[in-house]
Design a binder for this molecule. Structure first.
Ligand code: CU
Length: 120
Protein backbone atom coordinates (compact mmCIF):
# COMPACT_ATOMS: atom_id res chain seq x y z
CA UNK A 1 0.00 0.00 0.00
CA UNK A 2 2.77 2.41 1.00
CA UNK A 3 4.72 1.51 -2.17
CA UNK A 4 1.69 2.30 -4.34
CA UNK A 5 1.33 5.66 -2.61
CA UNK A 6 5.03 6.55 -3.22
CA UNK A 7 4.69 5.44 -6.84
CA UNK A 8 1.60 7.67 -7.24
CA UNK A 9 3.43 10.70 -5.75
CA UNK A 10 6.39 10.10 -8.09
CA UNK A 11 4.08 9.80 -11.10
CA UNK A 12 2.32 13.06 -10.23
CA UNK A 13 5.66 14.89 -9.75
CA UNK A 14 6.99 13.51 -13.04
CA UNK A 15 3.87 14.53 -14.97
CA UNK A 16 3.86 18.00 -13.38
CA UNK A 17 7.54 18.46 -14.31
CA UNK A 18 6.91 17.32 -17.88
CA UNK A 19 3.95 19.68 -18.21
CA UNK A 20 6.02 22.64 -16.92
CA UNK A 21 8.87 21.87 -19.36
CA UNK A 22 6.71 21.15 -22.40
CA UNK A 23 3.71 23.46 -22.00
CA UNK A 24 3.00 25.61 -25.07
CA UNK A 25 4.42 29.11 -25.14
CA UNK A 26 1.68 31.65 -24.52
CA UNK A 27 3.29 34.10 -26.98
CA UNK A 28 4.58 31.77 -29.71
CA UNK A 29 5.25 34.52 -32.25
CA UNK A 30 6.89 37.12 -30.05
CA UNK A 31 5.52 40.51 -29.16
CA UNK A 32 4.92 43.57 -31.31
CA UNK A 33 7.86 45.86 -32.01
CA UNK A 34 8.46 49.34 -33.35
CA UNK A 35 10.57 49.25 -36.50
CA UNK A 36 12.44 52.40 -37.49
CA UNK A 37 13.36 53.45 -41.01
CA UNK A 38 15.11 56.54 -42.30
CA UNK A 39 14.80 58.16 -45.71
CA UNK A 40 17.22 60.84 -46.94
CA UNK A 41 15.65 62.19 -50.13
CA UNK A 42 17.88 64.06 -52.57
CA UNK A 43 16.28 65.75 -55.58
CA UNK A 44 13.08 63.78 -55.05
CA UNK A 45 14.49 60.26 -54.74
CA UNK A 46 16.76 57.89 -52.83
CA UNK A 47 19.60 55.80 -54.31
CA UNK A 48 17.73 52.52 -53.92
CA UNK A 49 14.20 51.50 -52.87
CA UNK A 50 14.06 50.04 -49.35
CA UNK A 51 12.13 46.94 -48.29
CA UNK A 52 10.65 47.16 -44.80
CA UNK A 53 9.27 43.98 -43.25
CA UNK A 54 6.79 44.08 -40.38
CA UNK A 55 4.26 41.79 -38.79
CA UNK A 56 0.69 42.71 -38.01
CA UNK A 57 0.63 44.60 -34.72
CA UNK A 58 4.09 46.13 -35.21
CA UNK A 59 4.51 49.89 -35.41
CA UNK A 60 6.34 51.49 -38.31
CA UNK A 61 8.27 54.65 -37.55
CA UNK A 62 9.45 56.44 -40.68
CA UNK A 63 11.71 59.49 -40.57
CA UNK A 64 12.05 61.60 -43.71
CA UNK A 65 14.43 64.39 -44.61
CA UNK A 66 14.43 65.96 -48.06
CA UNK A 67 16.56 68.65 -49.68
CA UNK A 68 13.46 69.95 -51.51
CA UNK A 69 9.78 70.38 -50.70
CA UNK A 70 8.08 67.14 -51.79
CA UNK A 71 4.95 65.12 -51.11
CA UNK A 72 5.34 61.46 -50.15
CA UNK A 73 2.50 58.97 -50.40
CA UNK A 74 2.25 55.59 -48.70
CA UNK A 75 -0.14 53.58 -50.84
CA UNK A 76 -2.75 51.39 -49.16
CA UNK A 77 -2.20 53.01 -45.80
CA UNK A 78 -3.27 56.35 -47.30
CA UNK A 79 -0.69 58.52 -45.64
CA UNK A 80 0.15 61.74 -47.48
CA UNK A 81 3.23 63.38 -46.03
CA UNK A 82 4.23 66.88 -47.03
CA UNK A 83 7.96 67.44 -46.49
CA UNK A 84 9.54 70.87 -46.24
CA UNK A 85 13.14 71.14 -47.35
CA UNK A 86 15.54 70.36 -44.50
CA UNK A 87 12.84 69.58 -41.94
CA UNK A 88 12.83 66.09 -40.39
CA UNK A 89 9.33 64.63 -40.48
CA UNK A 90 8.33 61.55 -38.50
CA UNK A 91 5.36 59.34 -39.38
CA UNK A 92 4.21 56.51 -37.12
CA UNK A 93 1.46 54.02 -37.77
CA UNK A 94 0.40 50.55 -36.66
CA UNK A 95 0.61 47.76 -39.22
CA UNK A 96 -2.93 46.44 -39.01
CA UNK A 97 -3.40 44.87 -42.46
CA UNK A 98 -1.20 42.38 -44.28
CA UNK A 99 0.08 43.32 -47.71
CA UNK A 100 2.68 45.27 -49.69
CA UNK A 101 2.50 49.05 -49.62
CA UNK A 102 4.55 51.31 -51.89
CA UNK A 103 6.11 54.52 -50.67
CA UNK A 104 6.34 57.05 -53.48
CA UNK A 105 7.42 60.64 -53.98
CA UNK A 106 4.52 62.07 -55.96
CA UNK A 107 6.46 64.99 -57.43
CA UNK A 108 8.99 62.69 -59.13
CA UNK A 109 7.15 59.33 -59.04
CA UNK A 110 10.29 57.87 -57.43
CA UNK A 111 9.75 54.69 -55.38
CA UNK A 112 11.34 55.05 -51.95
CA UNK A 113 10.48 51.54 -50.92
CA UNK A 114 7.91 48.94 -50.02
CA UNK A 115 6.41 48.12 -46.65
CA UNK A 116 5.66 44.40 -46.40
CA UNK A 117 3.27 43.45 -43.60
CA UNK A 118 3.06 39.74 -42.77
CA UNK A 119 0.54 37.88 -40.62
CA UNK A 120 1.81 37.22 -37.11
CU1 CU B 1 0.87 57.68 -54.64
Amino acid sequence: MRQKFIFLICAVLLLTGLWLVMKPDTQPNGSAETKEFYFAILSGSTPEPMVMQLKIGDTAQLDFVSDKDVAVHIHGIDQHIVLSAGVKTRVKFAADQAGRFMIEVHDTEAQLGTIEVYPR
